[in-house]
Design a protein around this ligand. Structure first.
Ligand SMILES: C[C@@H](C(=O)O)C(=O)SCCNC(=O)CCNC(=O)[C@H](O)C(C)(C)COP(=O)(O)OP(=O)(O)OC[C@H]1O[C@@H](n2cnc3c(N)ncnc32)[C@H](O)[C@@H]1OP(=O)(O)O
Ligand SMILES: [Co+2]
Length: 142
């Protein structure tokens, strides 16, 4: 298993609209999606598209959101995860486990915001950086 392209960087924020405005007004990043609610994942997101990847702005949604604790510790928000593409998410999961990494949750890949399966690797395995691996979207980079 070898990681592929950086797909997105996740940034936690108490307010995705305000964060998207900041990226537009301060950096001229004017290609942003509408807010997308993902109740199963406990998040509300806006994707800010830049030429080689996306910034995934993430706000908590619902009481069980994985973002709550992070925002308690970082009330103004902050960089939350990096997401890399892999050609085969199940093979990647198995390889990560063989190498001693902790896959979060049940370890079963689940559908992320991009409509493809994802897993998360514990930050303790990567020097304090939470890593998301996602199945490479088909045909996207042909
Ligand atoms: C929309 C979707 C998509 O792209 O498709 C997304 O990305 S949704 C993105 C949101 N979903 C997720 O994050 C799902 C995976 N996340 C999780 O399972 C969790 O949030 C964990 C990362 C395991 C943390 O949860 P937990 O309840 O254990 O919180 P905790 O505060 O006790 O944290 C345990 C240890 O991890 C550290 N920690 C927590 N969150 C971190 C983060 N984002 N980056 C780096 N370190 C982090 C804490 O400082 C602590 O370190 P010390 O032990 O040293 O004090
Ligand atoms: Co993500």
């Amino acid at each position: 298993m070898k990681i592929g392209r950086l797909n997105h960087v996740g940034v936690a924020t108490p307010d995705v609209e305000a964060a998207a405005r900041t990226y537009r007004e301060l950096y001229g990043a004017d290609e942003a999606s509408d807010p997308i609610e993902l109740p199963k994942l406990g998040v509300r997101v806006i994707f800010v598209r830049i030429p080689n990847m996306q910034i995934e702005l993430i706000e908590p949604l619902g009481a069980a959101s994985p973002i709550h604790k992070f925002l308690e510790k970082n009330p103004k928000g902050g960089q939350h995860h990096m997401c890399f593409e892999v050609p085969d998410i199940v093979a990647a999961r198995d390889a990560m486990r063989e190498r001693g990494a902790t896959i979060l949750g049940t370890g079963e890949p689940y559908t992320g915001a991009h409509g493809v399966p994802v897993i998360f690797v514990h930050p303790k395995n990567t020097g304090g950086v939470l890593v998301e691996l996602m199945q490479e979207p088909e045909g996207e980079h042909a």
